[in-house]
Ligand binder design. Structure first.
Ligand code: ATP
Length: 512
């Protein structure tokens, strides 16, 4: 039976028409995937369903009754629960309070909430004490808390907006198990994601949102990730030209682009011997060549985050030897001459270091504010901003749009471009540089990486996403029990093969 019917939905923000004539249906017990480029309007559609924003025109029905929610509370009462892309939970709430907020149980005694929350948290495989303050959880876990919340709610339709973007494959599997449970309860699920291979594993049907309309509505089993990526952008997805292409070698869309990047130099940029972080990391050796992109991945407790934290000087650590361009360096604090602190980029909106109320133009030029002595320089700077916005294909009508009004992916693209442009070090750490980006944006980021590595920059990529590691890295280290347990050379391998090797190595080493 039809659960949700959407007819002729339109929505504009000022002169920017985002949704033009969106029409689709979703049945009870059905999981429907929603894909589209960054800024295509997926979250806007999710927000309309959630009662966060109203459509300009169009009609929605939920279980054949008119559906036009005025707020998230209203939407929940009428039967729609949403996990938003940029989750913001009051950090002062405990996890149990966060799970039950907005539900009739919210006022129940703390011990009872704790018990009930424990059950839901174990269903979403979130191993935290329900009395933990939300503010103490790493940001990527807030989405998982929200998934527990929608399980607690008595809703008929659940919208999951980019919930999997920051999750490890094993956590994505848990999310898919929760999705299956929602379906068994007869609920419908709208599943928004850019991680196409994983999405195709869980959805029954896929909607492609393009140019404000549903451009494709197709059963999932007739699609594969490459075709779906092409449908998303409305054109064949071709690899970008490389900065320094390798000797003739045909490359298909799904072949690891790192395989055709010019081989890293023999020169070693960073050498780490026997890195130890008390209690988590023991005996890590790391060799990063000039112009090389080295990936690191592993389970949350593997020590991968701590290795990155130690290299960025965020955690106390020791090594037997640490050489940057052959020069001895040390780790730890206090920061003295010779202390290594690799700059690190994280795609969490709180960590962009960007004021969301500032315009795009200001955001991209902020460092140089006050240093524009003449009009010609100002014009050149603004031209540079416009070039970046075009090059990164940011969906906006003006560089005076405020940064916070951009789609989540567009914010991330610009924040990364700004970070790379202003980074002065030639060995850097990037956490999930393509998180939440569409297929073309991922290519743009890879091109940015190519340009940086072409100039001799070396990059350590820390990621949960096997596709991202396959697409960006020359080598991928699987971290387990505080060590790099296995290295995978990605060169020339198709993305799918690298993904499989990462999955295989991760499960072998986590079982060991
Ligand atoms: N409050 C707002 N004010 C102005 N423009 C907005 C606002 N919210 C969204 N937009 C614009 O609407 C467009 C669609 O944004 P939306 O967040 O829905 O895209 P999306 O498909 O979810 O993208 P992503 O994959 O990057 O998350 C973007 O161009 C964005 O700038």
């Amino acid at each position: 039976m039809t659960l949700l019917q959407v007819d002729g939905l339109t929505k504009s923000f000022g002169a920017r028409r985002v949704l033009r004539d969106v029409t689709f249906s979703l049945a009870e017990g059905e999981v429907v995937g929603l894909v589209g480029t960054n800024g295509a309007g997926k979250s806007t559609l999710g927000d309309i369903l959630a009662g966060i924003t109203a459509a300009d025109s169009g009609v929605m029905t939920l279980r054949r009754r008119p559906y036009a929610p005025l707020s998230t509370g209203d939407a929940r009462q009428l039967g729609v629960g949403v996990v938003e892309q940029l989750v913001r939970i009051d950090p002062a709430l405990t996890v149990a309070q966060a799970v039950f907020r907005g539900t009739p149980q919210a006022g129940r005694p703390r011990a009872e909430l704790r018990r009930q929350a424990q059950v839901l948290l174990s269903e979403v495989t979130l191993d935290v004490d329900p009395d933990t303050l939300v503010g103490e959880l790493p940001h990527f876990l807030h989405g998982v808390v929200e998934v527990a919340r929608v399980l607690a709610e008595d809703t008929r339709l659940v919208v999951l907006d980019e919930v999997s973007a920051a999750l490890l494959p094993v956590e994505v599997s848990a999310l898919h198990a929760v999705t299956a449970r929602l379906v068994r309860q007869g609920r419908g699920v709208l599943y928004i994601s850019h991680r196409l291979p994983e999405m195709l594993e869980v959805v029954d049907r896929v909607l492609v949102l393009r140019d404000g309309r549903i451009a494709l509505d197709s059963p999932a089993d007739t699609l594969d990730p490459v075709r779906l990526a092409a449908e998303t952008v409305g054109e064949p997805v071709l690899p970008a030209p490389r900065v320094a292409p390798a000797p003739p070698r045909t490359r298909e869309v799904a072949v690891s682009p790192a395989g055709s990047r010019a081989a890293p130099a023999d020169e070693v940029a960073l050498e780490v011997r026997n890195l130890r972080v008390p209690g988590t990391v023991q005996g890590v050796d790391l060799l990063v060549h000039r112009g090389e992109v080295v990936g690191l991945t592993g389970h949350r407790s593997s020590g991968v985050g701590e290795i990155a934290g130690a290299l960025s000087g965020e955690l106390p650590a020791v090594t037997d030897e640490l050489l940057l361009h052959g020069q001895p360096r040390s780790l730890g604090s206090p920061v003295e001459d010779g202390t290594l602190r690799l700059p690190a980029y994280r795609p969490d909106e709180d960590a962009y270091g960007v004021d969301p109320g500032e315009t795009i133009a200001r955001t991209l030029t902020q460092e140089r504010r006050g240093a524009l002595p003449d009009l010609q320089k100002e014009i050149a700077t603004l031209r540079g901003v416009i070039r970046t916005v075009h090059r990164m294909d940011v969906k906006t009508l003006s560089i005076r749009t405020v940064f916070g009004a951009l789609s989540g992916g567009d914010q991330h693209k610009l924040a990364l471009a700004r970070w790379m442009a202003t980074s002065t070090e030639d060995v850097v750490v990037l956490h999930e540089p393509t998180r939440g980006l569409d297929v073309l944006a991922r290519e743009q980021v890879r091109r940015m990486l190519d340009e940086a590595t072409g100039r001799g920059t070396s990059v350590v990529v820390v990621s949960v996403d096997p596709d991202e590691l396959a697409e960006c890295c020359d080598r991928v280290g699987i971290v387990s029990s505080g060590r790099v347990a296995h290295w995978i050379d990605t060169s020339g391998l198709p993305v799918a093969a690298v993904r499989e090797r990462i999955a295989e190595a991760t499960s072998t080493h986590s079982a060991a």
